[in-house]
Each structure stands twice: as structure tokens, then as C-alpha cells.
Ligand binder design. Sequence first.
Ligand code: SF4
Length: 298
Amino acid sequence: MSIPTQELVINFHMTEVCNYRCTYCYAKWNDNQFRNELHLQPGQVEQLLSSLADFFLSANPFKQEFPYQTVRINFAGGEPMVLGKQFINALDTAKALGFRTSIITNGHFLTPDMLQQSSSKLDMLGISFDTADELIAQSIGRADRRGHWLNANQLVRIANTYRQLNSKGQLKINTVVNPFNWYENMSSLIAQVQPDKWKLLRVLPVHDVRQVITSEQYQAYVDRHAPHVSNLIAEDNDAMWASYLMINPQGRFYQNNGPEKGHLLSDPILKAGVEQAFSQIPFDFHAFANRYTHGVKS
Ligand code: SF4
């Protein structure tokens, strides 16, 4: 039976590098392979995007089983904007190939200039924002080496500027509910920012089981905000396993393998080809479609 959905989302984690140090961060591919990240080799990111377009934007066996209308490349990291011009080039390439585009960023590099360069090309701007409290932000590690963090006023300014520059774009906030922020109340800030979606993710213990929170703590956070925020989307751990289509900085498909078990990797896409590499990792069509059906898109 085919599973209807409108948009297939491919999360391309362009780099492992990030200026923040979140304690729960799972954007780590273990073996210090920064030197092998695709963007370091001229033309490789463009080639990867082009291969993905050849497969996913034309008739393919996967599409028969899982009909979709559009494909969105979601740039993620690490922090994709640390790559500056290379990120903008990748964004331009993805657009030119016919993808819809989005980013999930910690917002730190969204200067007025970067917003000018990127907003009109981003169909969705996703900002990860866990707390409006500086002490909590520092405890989580959502700050750079000098202690600079993205505060609530900056978030509001970025949201307003993005909307001015791209009236059709969607704004999304991702919040990871974790051991440091589960008791906080961000209702008034979210009401001010008015994101098109506010996604609450329960911290995922891929590398370190000490980061877990209880179901009750997570549910308390959701319940505290739900009456005040209309477009809140709760995504507990169960909805996350194998329901994302992800590519790592070295250009391999991957999936989270389970709590504390790290990642399962395909061969490099540029060597094996998209179809062969894609067949090497689990991808749960039903879980993906369910997330879509409930309005959740990464
Ligand atoms: S901002 Fe994102 S990529 Fe950076 S350390 Fe935090 S969770 Fe990891």
C-alpha cells in the first residue's frame, strides 16, 4: 500500500563543527572525521546535491511506494552557518536543482547580512532555541567559548527580519526538552515570536544515557505550554527513531541506532550511488508519514 505524503525531507548535516557545546548534542560522528567532510573538497557538496536531485526528483522505486510531491533539503549540522559562503553556495545549488530548502540553525550567525543573503532562499527557517534563561543556556552549553548565547530579544529580532525578507517563508522553533530546562515556561516568548511551528523534542540519548528526562518531565513541559500555544508539536523519542532521512558530513546516509548505540552508516553516496546507499540504512516510511500527517516536518 502506498503512503501519501506531500514532502520528502532530506536532512543534510553539512558539518559536525558547531560554536556551541550542548551537553546532549548527538551531531557527532565519532571518529573525528572533520577533515573528511565533503565541503572541504571543492565541488563535492554540489555533486552530492546533484546526485540526490537525479534520484529523488525523478521517477524512482522509492517514490512509487512513498508518493511525494516535493523534496526539501534541510541543512543541519553541527551549525551549517559556520561554513559561511560555502553554506550559501550549497543553498543556491539546492534551489537551482529544484529542491525546496530549509535550515536548522542555532541562530548565532544570523547577522543582518546573513539574513539578507539567505532569507529569500530559505522556504523554512528553523531555529533551535531551548531557553530564554541565560543560566540555563550556559548549563546546557548553548553558548560559545566566550559565553555568548542567543537571547530572547535576538530571537524576536531574527524572526521579524526573516518575515520582512520572506513573507512566504515559514518560521519554526525547535526546543529540546532536557534535564536543565524541563521546568521552564516559555509561553510568553513563543507568543511574541509566533512561529509557524514550535516543535518540542524530548532529548535523545544517542551517546549518553545521563541526558534522559522522564516521560512525566517531558509531558509536564508539553502540558504547561499546550494551552497557550496553538501550533505546538510534541515529538517524543519513539517518533524519532528511523523516521528521519539523514546524510552525515561525509556524505553517507545514517540512522540513529538506538539509545547509546551511536549511528548506523551507509557507504559514501558519491561512491555507491544514491539508490544503493539508501538501501543500506533503515528508514521507516510509516513513522515519517505519521510525523507528516501530524504536521511534523523536520
Ligand atoms: S547547537 Fe546544535 S549542533 Fe551545536 S552543539 Fe548544540 S545541539 Fe549540537
